[in-house]
Design a protein around this ligand. Sequence first.
Ligand code: GLP
Length: 240
Amino acid sequence: MRLITCENYAEMSKAAGLMVAGQIALKPNSVLGLATGSTPEGLYAELSRMYANKDLDFSEVKTFNLDEYYPIDRANDQSYYYFMNQHLYSKVNLKAENVHIPNGSAANAEAECVAYDKLIDDNCGIDLQILGIGNNGHIAFNEPAGELSAGTHLVKLTENTIEANSRFFASADDVPRTALTSGMATIMKARKIILMVSGANKREPLAKLLAGKITTDCPVTMLSMHSDVTIIADKAAMGG
Ligand code: GLP
């Protein structure tokens, strides 16, 4: 694992933006794995800026997002589809047919998950996966548990996550209790991973990852087993 420490959130976003831009420059038809949450917002702003400056072209890029609440309509302003549209899709020249997010309004969640993994495989897998971390060490919505799932699956969100994500909703009661999420194997099969970590509330899971022990109680620690992970962390996440 490579660790890049940045002064602050803005620097972290810039560093990640340059890496994603480099990936697209080297392979214009890259398959990107994308994340939601406040952590990658600055990265998406960087990518949008580079596109506006004609430094980046997304016309052949394909994207697969990690997760989506379930059930939720994509028009709901709390859906991850809505988030991605607001922060990236509407800002760059990604083709509509090239962007993918698990369908939060699928009638059959299980079938949707199987189809999602197949679609990633059919597109030859993810070249570069962007990840954030939950306060409790979750990645995507793989929550701490005795067992983790390999493939995309329906998951029950923990109280910790419902509480953390309630800041985006009118109240914690409005946060969906379940979600569709990429599994650990879906993530680990990505050829390269960039983990973005910002803020003091991520210190604990980041420290666990850097300690080099692996536990399903802190899913991000699994990244120690991946051969190409770059962590971009700001000073606050590193402990000041
Ligand atoms: C959500 C997402 C994760 C994300 C996490 C952290 O639960 N499912 O993919 O990494 O939140 O969010 P934030 O970046 O807002 O702290």
